[in-house]
Design a protein around this ligand. Structure first.
Ligand code: ZZB
Length: 258
């Protein structure tokens, strides 16, 4: 599986655990299959109880991701020596909650890390960039945080990290309009990020349709089909060093014949 890794630059003020890395360029790296949606990023998701590592990467960079992802990266030329990676800081998600980031292509100058409890440990980097206009999971999780002040308090999230961030119309999907994730969540009456089965259904509703029939509404790309701009937007971010290609091996299926 090939993902685009979106580099979300960690801005000052650095959280205490990252302060000793202040001389380096620090990025949260989010794996996505949808580079064309980066115009609509409103925040970055981190799982508060999950382990992350800050890893030494070539060119004086630091990437924050799961250990599993760091190991994969070490075989793909991200680190100084093949198959090896140096952990500079061990983290749990809560250590990097509510920090300021800047991301490629998004119309918001500064976005924040926010908690998502359904992030999977064994997929991508454990860091997920949020596009609530086109991803039902993201919309449901952002709406939960907007609606529930106690949820924000629990994770140390302030109003200004959440309330100003609205989904951005970026892709027109036939029958779903320009905010397809919201329409899909409404259709299925999704209440929260914990409505797992319905969210899976919503994702399936918009995923294929968005890919094959979606048309960009973003300035400069109006009228172009998603499938025609995907590769060039990926390349644009890679050329600007705002993204890199990241491969994930197929999951091992253990089998025994006896
Ligand atoms: C931006 C984005 C915009 C995404 C969108 C989706 C959508 P897949 O197809 O099942 O492999 N993701 C990445 N890593 C994780 C993780 N560890 N736990 C939970 N979610 C994760 O899913 C790949 C997508 O799942 C990635 O692409 C990422 O969210 C998320 F408009 O990035 B995406 C309809 C989906 N739309």
């Amino acid at each position: 599986q090939e993902y685009t890794l979106i580099k979300l630059k960690v801005l000052d003020p650095l959280p205490p655990k990252l302060q000793k890395l202040s001389k380096k360029k620090i990025y949260l790296v989010a794996a996505t299959l949808r580079p064309e949606t980066m115009f609509g990023q409103t925040n970055c998701w981190i799982r508060p109880d999950m382990k992350y590592v800050a890893v030494d990467i070539i060119d004086n960079q630091v990437f924050i991701c799961t250990t599993r992802a760091a190991r994969n990266m070490s075989y793909q030329g991200f680190t100084k020596s093949n198959g090896q990676f140096e952990v500079l800081v061990d983290l749990i998600g809560q250590d990097i909650m509510g920090i300021k980031l800047s991301g490629p292509l998004t119309c918001y100058d500064v976005i924040y890390t926010l908690p998502m409890l359904t992030i999977k440990e064994d997929k991508g980097t454990g860091v997920v960039t949020s596009v609530p206009s086109d991803s039902p999971d993201d919309f449901a999780a952002l709406r939960d945080l907007k609606k529930k002040a106690p949820l924000r308090e629990k994770y140390g999230i302030t109003d200004e990290m959440v309330l100003p961030f609205e989904p951005v119309p970026i892709i027109d999907v036939p029958e779903f309009g320009t905010l397809s994730a919201i329409v899909a969540c409404d259709k299925l009456k999704i209440q929260s990020q914990n409505d797992k089965d319905k969210l899976q259904e919503a994702k399936e509703m918009v995923y294929m349709k968005g890919f094959y029939e979606g048309v960009m509404v973003v300035k400069g790309y109006e009228g172009q089909k998603v499938k025609d701009v995907k590769a060039s937007l990926k390349k644009l971010m890679i050329d600007r060093k705002e993204a890199v290609v990241y491969q994930e091996p197929e999951k091992l299926v253990m089998s025994r014949s006896n």
